[in-house]
Ligand binder design. Structure first.
Ligand SMILES: [Fe+2]
Ligand SMILES: [Fe+2]
Length: 306
């Protein structure tokens, strides 16, 4: 496939159809869909929205995030940048919808957001570029609003058809973010579309070799949180050491960014080393969790982070 074609329809937060299944997302379609949003949409600061800030603080208290986010300096920097993120309200409501119905996705998107802020601070110095980058975090999986809850919360590996429906969240997110921000070129929309692509072309939706620092940051934060967090279909999550080994293996194999994984490893060290001096020792000490189904479906195809 060399074009972005929707496998399923995309509806807005009220359930009104935006684009039908089968639509090819070329420039013209995206532009007219984004321009067609005429009703005025309020924006709101993410951190002021309902319980977002206090939920984030709760999530920081569980390992390994308690180490990663430890320290007044790091927290101040995090809150300073997070405080500048504003979103159209329907997107915040969609995010909050997951708090009620699929708590894993809610927690995951906020932690990817917070982690991507710490990584971005190490790699991007321009403040405006930094804000654009971190804006993608809380909404990178927003297209899951267009995937049935039974699939998102299924406790056993997905069938190939269910997996295809789940993969729809990338293009659905691209459409929804272009629509609500009224801009198909906004970075957050492209990151939602591309965060499951890989640097070696082994990802989806197109299977193209991604070469974008901004996507790399969300990609690594996404894989890491997927490994260490409880998932509906997996009893035990990866322990931190094993997760970092798995990330290092994926970086060595060329599918995710070596540099970003190095930053992640440095963030996990209590001694706070410079990331450029930081690598994980080659010694494999971790063990994947028992009943590990990472990367499997009912037909044993690779899936990876959701
Ligand atoms: Fe995703
Ligand atoms: Fe994700």
């Amino acid at each position: 496939m060399s074009e972005y074609r929707l496998t399923h329809a995309v509806a807005d937060h009220r359930g009104d159809l935006l684009l039908e299944a089968g639509t090819v997302l070329d420039r013209e379609v995206m532009r007219s869909m984004a321009d067609g949003a005429t009703a005025s949409i309020r924006t709101c600061r993410l951190m002021d929205f309902n319980r977002v800030e206090s939920d984030l603080n709760d999530f920081f208290s569980a390992p390994p995030y308690d180490v990663i986010f430890k320290g007044a300096g790091r927290m101040r920097a995090l809150l300073d940048i997070a405080g500048e993120v504003t979103m159209p309200e329907p997107l915040l409501e969609s995010l909050y919808h997951f708090r009620e119905l699929d708590f894993y996705t809610y927690r995951h998107t906020l932690l990817v957001f917070a982690l991507s802020i710490l990584i971005t601070r190490e790699l991007i110095t321009d403040r405006a570029a930094m804000i654009q980058e971190v804006l993608a975090g809380p909404v990178h999986d927003i297209g899951k609003r267009c995937v049935p809850l039974e699939i998102l919360t299924k406790e056993t590996p997905l069938t190939p058809a269910e997996l295809e429906h789940l993969h729809h969240h990338t293009l659905a997110g691209y459409v929804l973010l272009s629509h609500y921000f009224r801009d198909p070129d906004i970075l957050a929309a492209k990151v939602a579309r591309d965060h499951h692509e890989r640097k070696d072309g082994s990802g989806y939706p197109l299977g193209i070799a991604m070469d974008s620092l901004t996507t790399d940051i969300i990609m690594v934060s996404d894989v890491y949180d997927a490994l260490i967090s409880p998932r509906p279909y997996r009893k035990a999550s990866y322990d931190n050491r094993t997760a970092l080994e798995e990330m290092t293996r994926q970086a060595d194999a060329g599918s995710i960014s070596q540099t970003v994984v190095r930053v992640l490893v440095a963030l996990n060290r209590r001694s706070r080393p410079q990331f450029s001096q930081c690598v994980l020792s080659a010694e494999q000490r971790g063990t994947p969790p028992e009943d590990n189904v990472y990367g499997t479906t009912q037909s044993n195809e690779k899936d990876g982070p959701k």
